[in-house]
Design a binder for this molecule. Structure first.
Ligand SMILES: Cc1cc2nc3c(=O)[nH]c(=O)nc-3n(C[C@H](O)[C@H](O)[C@H](O)COP(=O)(O)O)c2cc1C
Length: 216
């Protein structure tokens, strides 16, 4: 198939894996950031951002994040079977980035970066006090893929600041999540658009829906 606009092609077969990784990071955007808090078997608390993060399953509720290589977060989660994921809010931009510093094993990123933690409800791992949302998770499973490990966590509880919930639904303008882009770029929410899903019966009732989309 041909198209009108010239494209640059990035083929992993002909590229260094690090260079291809940078391309992937620049095109799979924006990515939500999981601020993953975990605890080692000796009880040391760890906090690190992971942007390879999404919902993996609806029922049972499961989220996933990926550890590229072996990091303290992955080791801790495997050791204790628990972690929390706090949403990374715009006001804590500098702190989120600083918790990705490669501090020596055993150093608490939260303490070094001035990120206040508080107890969670269902798991023994704390949550970020200044984050409006936390998912409390128990390890479901891990899948090793090449140099990375995907961690699946069963969500036991989602806690949201009262002020961020309106009519029973957490509101994006109160959550103000950060997202990760390529290179050293990050983004904030920007303009929020709303649109309803179109049920199939409406296409038959109103032919102009399709005509407008096709520009006819
Ligand atoms: C915004 C952001 C997103 C990141 N996403 C990931 C990721 O998805 N997977 C990963 O392995 N590392 C990711 N990193 C790097 C880790 O946070 C970093 O290696 C950290 O030091 C790991 O901490 P730990 O060894 O205490 O687990 C990210 C860093 C930043 C700043």
């Amino acid at each position: 198939m041909t198209s009108g606009t010239a494209r640059v092609q990035f083929d992993p077969a002909g590229m260094d894996s690090g260079a291809f990784y940078r391309v992937l990071n620049s095109v799979v955007v924006p990515r939500p950031i999981a601020w993953v808090c975990s605890r080692s078997a000796e009880g040391r608390v760890n906090l690190a951002p992971h942007s390879f993060y999404t919902v993996a399953c609806v029922s049972p509720p499961v989220v996933q994040f990926t550890s590229v290589g072996r990091k303290d977060t992955l080791t801790n989660v495997e050791e204790t079977g628990e972690f929390t994921v706090s949403l990374t809010p715009e006001p804590l931009f500098e702190q989120v980035n600083a918790t990705a510093t490669d501090f020596p094993h055993g150093v608490s990123e939260a303490e070094q970066c001035g990120v206040a933690l508080e107890p969670s409800e269902r798991v023994s791992v704390p949550r970020v006090a200044g984050s409006p949302v936390t998912l409390e998770c128990r390890l479901h499973s891990t899948v090793r893929l090449g140099d990375s490990t995907v961690v699946f966590g069963r969500v036991e509880l989602v806690s949201v600041w009262e002020e961020a919930v309106h009519d029973g639904r957490p509101r994006i303008e109160r959550l103000r999540p950060l997202a990760r882009l390529g290179g050293n770029e990050w983004s904030t929410i920007g303009e929020v658009k709303e649109i309803r899903r179109i049920p199939h019966r409406r296409w038959a009732e109103d032919p102009s829906i399709g005509e407008q989309l096709r520009g006819s």
